[in-house]
Design a protein around this ligand. Structure first.
Ligand SMILES: O=P(O)(O)O[C@H]1O[C@H](CO)[C@@H](O)[C@H]1O
Ligand SMILES: O=c1cc[nH]c(=O)[nH]1
Length: 235
């Protein structure tokens, strides 16, 4: 099976696929956490892998940055490779006072300044929400293990460098935890394909205190988030 952006056998992916933005984070996750790993696609260096975690098949593939790229790869994975559970494992900029660098967030919903979802929703505002089942699975695991994970709404923006101070203030007033660039599109694409999606994030930047992780930490860090996500999914 070949799609414009993924070249792999039609059964190359597991039904559950982790989706980091960074393809090198996908490689790190595959090599660090999965067993029996095969690299199944590398078109444009957007690396995808399939292996096993605690005996269960799991794939991991980069999506690139922003909603157009993430929705493109997610759509091909759902339509042509049988992926049914899509779990974004990304980085984000925290805007909530309670959050510190490296904290883990689960996004139950995602607002956006993008027009992508409106274009597919007859000009109306779609309510982008996580799969209740996946969210429940993750929260059950987190509660059982008493892990400090924040649950709330995030903001998926088209502009990494475009956040005006007044926009951040508006987001804070609505209780948004953090800013990232994909979840609103991913949640809507999954709904359209009757698939399940969830986003788990690690705080890489604090937009209030102007602190941030290094590029190396963004590529190869985030082990806490990955372990929580994998253990929740196979539990
Ligand atoms: O670390 P990833 O998963 O790429 O996620 C965040 O990082 C990128 C911006 O640096 C955007 O894709 C944003 O959503
Ligand atoms: O989209 C993102 C991702 C990480 N940090 C940010 O500030 N924004």
């Amino acid at each position: 099976m070949t799609t414009p952006h993924i070249s792999a056998p039609s059964d190359a992916f597991a039904a559950t696929c982790l989706l980091p933005g960074d393809p090198l984070r996908a490689k790190f996750i595959a090599e660090t956490f999965l067993e029996d790993v095969t690299c199944v696609t590398s078109v444009r260096n957007m690396l995808g892998f399939t292996g096993h975690y605690k005996g269960q098949p799991i794939s991991v593939m980069g999506t690139g940055m922003g909603m157009p790229s993430c929705v493109l790869y997610s759509t091909e994975l759902m339509e042509s490779f049988g992926v049914k559970r899509l779990v974004r494992v990304g980085s984000c900029g925290a805007i909530h006072e309670s959050l510190k660098l490296n904290d883990v967030i689960v996004a139950h919903s995602a607002s956006t300044d993008s027009n992508m979802n409106r274009r597919q929703f007859a000009g109306m505002d779609y309510s982008s929400a996580a799969s209740p089942r996946l969210l429940q699975k993750l929260l059950n695991y987190v509660d059982t293990q008493a892990l400090p994970v924040a649950v709330g709404s995030v903001f998926s923006t088209d502009h990494f460098y475009g956040s005006a101070p007044e926009q951040l203030k508006t987001l804070q007033q609505m209780g948004i935890l953090a800013v990232e660039m994909e979840s609103a599109g991913l949640y809507a694409a999954a709904a359209r394909h009757r698939a399940q999606a969830l986003t788990v994030l690690t705080v890489s930047d604090n937009l209030i205190h102007q602190t941030q992780l290094t590029p190396q930490e963004r590529e190869a860090g985030f082990s806490t988030m990955i372990e929580i996500t994998l253990n929740a999914l196979v539990g």
